[in-house]
Ligand binder design. Structure first.
Ligand code: UD1
Ligand code: CA
Length: 482
């Protein structure tokens, strides 16, 4: 591998991508949690090049900032006007100081499915065959829009690449296309780029013309046919964007399944490249796993669940849930219909049940919040139970405050914990309480109006009503009837 270490990889990403019809530059559109250019840069890094240069132009500042933020170590070359792929590579070589000896690999920023393995294979073929240039090609079912590979009828050798717009009807019938990925001898590339002309239908400097130029000068021109044509799918519009997302998603899920994850219905599960799994995790239909999400061994997620940057512990069960930046402990139970917001940490065997929302809350081992509650800015100890329909009243209109509940507490249903407030270990609270003062460990807090029964009120105030008749009938019943 290191023997074939390229001197440079050049990523072409200066184009606007007009066909996307978007305010966002094409290469910053995302699939599976990563920008298009990010996918290409990640694959390029697998080659371990000495230099990695991205040619930026349209929305250069935005694309440059994105690269600096996520892909430290990539250099950018600025192409003020997009005068073609050949022009773009010329600018990249100028950025590198023009004296690049060794292999220069060129890839387009809009081919996100390209794998590092395919790039490595291309670099190996290029070196083994001693080529001046090696182009990665593929046979595709529909070649519309792509540059066609023209081969010598007798020898089969590649003689040129002809752009769709410049191709004859005969050439357009060719199904072998230029992927836009090349390995070049750096010196010969620089020389040939100086000879590229603009007398084509788009008035651009085509990188593809370098092949013909090198061949005519007597250099070796080679081609490497990709095993899977879908890998070189170039994104020009949003239909292709969705198709690439589908294919990459399928690839990621297949890797997970082969590593021991059950995906009940791969067509309804969306996954990002940064998601990791352990064996025997189960993913039910309608589930989206986004960002740095991890599913522990034997955990079960879904159906209809969206987890972003969330860790799910071994054996946990997460059903019909939305979670963002949450940590779900081993064997915990979440949902159905739970919403875990950033900073939620659920301990081992704990529970966030049905219609429960949590935020910035730490829930101890074995503690349960089973029904209809909001837990915000709170710490709850181990083995406590929070009654149904409780609210952690954390906001006074200006600032957020914290509630602390100890271990082995049993709080009643319909409690309001008006923060800042603390409930000590082993304490109980009565149903319907509004807890505004700290509750000492081991006590029962009752904080609600006393019940008063006004007997005979219905007979006096609602005489003749169905309620009065029912009350009268109840009064006549003997104790045995009751
Ligand atoms: C290009 C190839 C075509 C190939 C196809 C594969 C050329 C002339 N054509 O066509 O043979 O089949 O890719 O997907 O090379 N770019 C720049 N600066 C420019 C022009 C383009 O950086 O001045 C970048 C674009 O941002 C894009 C890439 O180069 O990432 C390819 O450009 P695009 O316009 O998409 O070329 P295609 O017409 O698809
Ligand atoms: Ca393209």
């Amino acid at each position: 591998m290191s023997a074939n270490r390229p001197a440079a990889v050049v990523v072409l990403a200066a184009g606007e991508g007009t066909r996307m019809k978007s305010k966002t530059p094409k290469v910053l559109h995302e699939i599976c949690g990563r920008s298009l250019v990010g996918h290409v840069v990640s694959a390029a890094r697998e080659l371990d090049p000495e230099h990695l240069v991205v040619v930026v132009g349209h929305a250069a500042e935005q694309v440059g900032a994105h690269l600096a933020d996520r892909y430290a170590g990539t250099r950018t070359a600025f192409q003020a006007e997009q005068n073609g792929t050949g022009h773009a590579v010329r600018i990249a070589l100028e950025e590198l100081g023009q004296s690049v000896s060794g292999t220069v690999v060129v890839v387009c920023g809009d081919t996100p499915l390209l794998s590092g393995a395919t790039l490595t294979a291309l670099a190996e073929t290029h070196a083994a065959d001693g080529n001046a240039v090696t182009v990665l090609t593929a046979e595709v079912p529909d070649a519309t829009g792509y540059g066609r590979i023209v081969r010598d009828a007798a020898t089969g050798a590649v003689t040129a690449i002809v752009e769709h717009k410049d191709a004859t009807a005969e050439q357009r019938a060719v199904r072998e296309i230029n992927s836009g990925v090349f390995a070049f001898d750096g010196q010969l590339l620089a020389d040939a780029l100086g000879k590229v002309r603009t007398d084509n239908s788009q008035g651009e400097e085509y990188l593809t013309d370098v092949l013909g130029i090198l061949r005519e000068a007597g250099h070796r021109v080679g081609a490497s046919v990709a095993g899977d044509h879908r890998e070189i799918l170039g994104i020009n519009n949003r239909v292709q964007l969705a198709e690439a997302r589908r294919l990459l998603n399928q690839r990621l899920l297949e890797q997970a399944m082969l590593a021991g994850v059950t995906v009940v219905d791969p067509t309804s599960v969306l996954v990002d490249v940064t998601v990791t799994f352990e064996p025997d995790a189960v993913v039910h239909p309608g589930t989206q796993l986004l960002g740095v999400t991890h599913l522990g061994e034997g955990s079960e997620v879904g159906p209809n669940t969206r987890l972003k940057d969330t860790a799910v512990g071994a054996g946990a069960r997460v059903d019909n849930t939305v979670a963002d930046r949450a940590e779900i402990g081993a064997e915990a139970s979440v949902g159905p219909y739970a919403y875990l917001r950033p900073g939620t940490r659920l301990g081992t065997k704990s529970k966030a049940g049905t219609y429960v929302e949590m935020k910035n809350a730490s829930i101890g081992e074995g503690t349960k919040v089973p029904h209809l509650s909001y837990v915000g800015d709170a710490t709850i100890g181990d083995f406590s139970n929070i009654g149904a329909a409780s609210v952690f009243v954390n906001y006074d209109g200006e600032a957020k405050h914290h509630t602390t509940i100890g271990s082995h507490c049993k709080t009643g249903s319909d409690n309001m914990f008006v923060a800042p407030v603390t409930v000590g270990d082993g304490a109980y609270t009565a149903a319907g309480s509004v807890i505004t003062k700290d509750v000492p460990a081991g006590s029962l807090a009752v904080a609600r109006g006393q019940q008063r029964n006004i007997e005979g009120w219905v007979a006096r105030k609602r005489p003749g009503s169905a309620a009065a008749q029912a009350a009268a009938a109840a009064a006549e019943k003997t104790p045995e009837d009751l």
